[in-house]
Design a protein around this ligand. Structure first.
Ligand SMILES: O=P(O)(O)O[C@H]1O[C@H](CO)[C@@H](O)[C@H]1O
Ligand SMILES: Nc1nc2[nH]cnc2c(=O)[nH]1
Length: 310
């Protein structure tokens, strides 16, 4: 962590943010195409990443490069800091840079962090547009030598061996379902599930999708887990919401070439799905279509947090 100077980072931020917003209670990380979450804030102040020592730059379409400070929810509102644009390891950022903003949020006083992302569905029952309340994860990189917490500890008070069995706050997950009820969202607008973290930047092959599904994952993406680990190490409570933007596992699988040729020879119609591909443009399109649902859910959760101080 020698490359990171929290004092310089916080100084640069505080130079640009009024005192009333310098100690946010809630942190939000906006996933691909979900930066519109910042429009939930009022009295908003933006701080560009390139003015913050230690912050990298988001290079992915659908990710901006600034922090937004403001108040969310009714009444006095909850002070919030939102990352409009995250860092992914596949962009070439070191894992320590990917999670640095989360550690900075902890230093600012963030207690609850809401992490959002766009993800592909491995569970065929999850329709595009569903918001998955993540309850667990499978992180192949963590298990195979790319754990974001490898190396010297960033703070001697952190546990060397961080337990992850309680990573996804039950309190916050329950609030999401209460929020959905208050908003009268249809039952299938939300689901619970397990997020698989892969390094990307390639999307999964069909066989890789089946492997992750067989391992028990419901959605897959290239972010989030490093941030969850850092947030838990820093003592924050974590909520992760994944917006399903595309299907990875196709029910019934893809049509075999042999069967397709046999159908052609027999002059019969070809039944089933032939190869489909996904693009980041489609991911972003679903983000802009469904971003408002994510936004109202996050606003409502912040509201439920606030009055009772839970
Ligand atoms: O996880 P977020 O940042 O939402 O973005 C998701 O969308 C991108 C791929 O389209 C990948 O970066 C994947 O992780
Ligand atoms: N790895 C991965 N990330 C995604 N982000 C959005 N869709 C996908 C997907 O299908 N796979």
């Amino acid at each position: 962590m020698a490359e990171f100077d929290f004092t310089a980072t916080l100084q640069a931020i505080n130079d640009q943010v009024p005192p009333a917003l310098q100690h946010p209670r809630v942190g939000i990380i906006c996933g691909s195409g979900l930066s519109g979450l910042a429009t939930s804030l009022r009295d908003t102040v933006f701080v560009s990443y390139d003015s913050i020592p230690g912050f990298a730059k988001s290079t992915v379409a659908g990710h901006k490069s600034s922090l937004a400070f403001g108040l969310m929810g009714t009444g006095d509102g909850v002070p919030v800091v939102a990352m409009l644009g995250r860092f992914h390891p596949y962009e070439g950022h070191k894992l320590s840079s990917v999670v640095y903003p989360v550690r900075v949020m902890a230093k600012m006083g963030v207690k609850d962090i809401f992490i959002t992302n766009a993800a592909g569905a491995l569970n065929p029952s999850l329709a595009v547009g569903t918001i998955v309340v993540v309850q667990d994860h499978i992180a192949l990189p963590n298990l195979t030598g790319m754990n974001p917490l490898l190396g010297p500890q960033t703070d001697p008070s952190h546990p060397r061996f961080l337990p992850l069995s309680d990573s996804y706050s039950r309190r916050l997950r329950k609030l999401v379902f209460h929020a959905a009820h208050s908003l009268s969202l249809p039952r299938d607008a939300l689901a619970e599930g397990t997020y698989a973290w892969v390094s990307g930047p390639t999307y999964e092959t069909p066989a890789e999708g089946r492997l992750l599904r067989a391992a028990g994952a419901d959605v897959v993406g290239m972010s989030t887990v490093p941030e969850v680990l850092a947030a838990r190490e820093e003592g924050m409570d974590v909520l992760v919401l994944s917006l399903v933007t595309n299907a990875v596992v196709i029910p019934g699988g893809y049509k075999s070439v042999r069967e397709e040729v046999e159908a052609e020879i027999a002059g019969k119609p070809i039944v089933g799905v032939v190869d489909e591909t996904i693009s980041h443009e489609e991911v972003l399109a679903v983000g802009s279509l469904k971003g408002d649902v994510m936004k109202s859910l996050v606003e409502k959760v912040a509201d439920l947090l606030h009055p009772v101080g839970v």
